[in-house]
Design a protein around this ligand. Structure first.
Ligand SMILES: C[S@@+](CC[C@H](N)C(=O)[O-])C[C@H]1O[C@@H](n2cnc3c(N)ncnc32)[C@H](O)[C@@H]1O
Ligand code: SF4
Length: 382
């Protein structure tokens, strides 16, 4: 049923699951570190895990690597260096590969950033969230505004020309002007990339159990528009729902997800997606760090595996690609799903008739209305 002309580009995601403290809004697979993190043991487990995955991607070069968390900046530069050296000796990594590490401002200083750079990290993503003390407290963050400022300055001083700052908006009690003030401060710090996430209340978080009072929908919509305008005026192009970049600095690793590329996922709870000539497989690893540490490198470390049906593949492609502001070229659909465009033709027509999509011979692009009601648009393809 599937027909692929070529395999998609391949990326590598590495999950480092520990944090100093669990933030009350966070539903990532992150765990409060009680005592020392078993850094050496975990790096060994990651490399065993990679060995186990390796036969599935033999010969395919890795285009980007992303060390996400949790809080990867809790690991020492030496541990990160060992990890990356281990990756480089096991897999072909493209010479110009983007290699990102996520950092929490409460865990960094200049020397550490210098060490990460020497280890082979060439892009940082720093979780700022806000520069207002009161908002940072409400979010249960381990850092204040000074550390957030210092982290961005240290990134530059350590020679990271390419770095992202994560901000959140729609925070408890936040006004449009306060949200804009955060964005202005972030821009002044000279990042190449900004992520502005609307705070969402996720199940299984403290915020879900005890919801804070958030701004109403209209205010949040106004914030989103104002942030977009300010960033556009400042030279940051929005290319995805929450992602803004200076030209040429779009995050290649995330773009690979949104264009339905392939990726290996190693580490506790990490997800992978791999294409072979017969179809597409999703695979995820055991979620709890202790279980993962004990089992990594064997089939027992697999939390689950799923072979996608044609319907799954088409829906997942659209779920990702419609997040892109400029949409996607039509030829990408058969290239990445192995299915003919006919598979989504009737949904494309329906979305077009509701003015949610612009479709021409070559491209598919959400209209302004489609982008505003993205969930409804995506729903037509599920
Ligand atoms: C893994 S964290 C980044 C690194 C580090 N753990 C930190 O928090 O500083 C990924 C990012 O996701 C965003 N995020 C997490 N939970 C969120 C939520 N419930 N709503 C909106 N954004 C969220 C935050 O901006 C956060 O920086
Ligand atoms: S530091 Fe980051 S990953 Fe850890 S709990 Fe907070 S938001 Fe989640």
């Amino acid at each position: 049923m599937f027909h692929f002309t070529a395999l998609p580009p391949l990326a590598l995601y590495i999950h480092l699951p520990w944090c100093v403290r669990k933030c009350p809004y966070c539903d990532f697979n992150s765990h409060e570190a009680r005592g020392d993190i078993p850094q050496d043991k975990y790096i060994e487990a990651l490399l065993r895990d990679l060995e186990w995955d390796r036969p599935r991607v033999e010969g395919r070069p890795i285009q980007s690597i992303f060390l996400g968390g949790g809080t990867p900046s809790l690991f020492s530069p030496e541990a990160v260096a060992r990890l990356l050296a281990g990756v480089w000796t096991r897999l072909p990594v493209a010479q110009d590969a983007e290699v990102t590490l996520e950092a929490n401002p409460g865990t960094v200083e200049l020397e550490r950033f210098r060490g990460f750079r020497q280890a082979g990290i060439n892009r940082l993503s720093i979780g700022i969230q806000s520069f207002e003390p009161e908002k940072l407290r409400a979010l249960g963050r381990i850092h204040g505004p000074e550390e957030a400022l210092r982290a961005a300055q240290a990134a530059r001083a350590a020679g990271f020309e390419n770095f992202n700052l994560d901000l959140m908006f729609g925070l408890p009690g936040q006004t449009v002007e306060q949200a804009l003030a955060d964005v202005r401060t972030a821009i002044e710090l000279g990042p190449t990339h900004l992520s502005a996430y609307q705070l969402t209340v996720e199940p299984n978080t403290l915020f879900h159990a005890r919801p804070p009072k958030l701004p109403d929908d209209d205010t949040i919509w106004e914030m989103q528009q104002a942030i977009q305008d300010l960033l556009a005026e400042s030279g940051f192009r929005q290319y995805e729902v929450s992602a803004y970049a200076r030209p040429g600095y779009e995050c290649r690793h995330n773009l690979n997800y949104w264009t339905f590329g392939d990726y290996l996922g190693i580490g506790a709870g990490a997800h992978g997606k791999l294409t072979d000539p017969g179809g597409i497989t999703r695979l995820w690893k055991l979620k709890r760090p202790d279980d993962y540490l004990a089992k990594a490198g064997a089939r027992a470390a697999i939390g689950g595996e799923q072979r996608l049906t044609g319907r799954d593949a088409a829906a997942e492609f659209m779920l990702n690609a419609l997040r892109l502001k400029e949409g996607f070229s039509k030829s990408l659909f058969p290239e990445r799903t192995g299915l003919p465009v006919a598979e989504i033709q009737s949904a494309l027509g329906l979305a077009e008739s509701r003015a949610l999509l612009d479709v021409d011979a070559l491209t598919v692009r959400p209209t302004a209305l489609g982008y505003r009601y993205l969930n409804d648009l995506i729903g037509l393809f599920l």
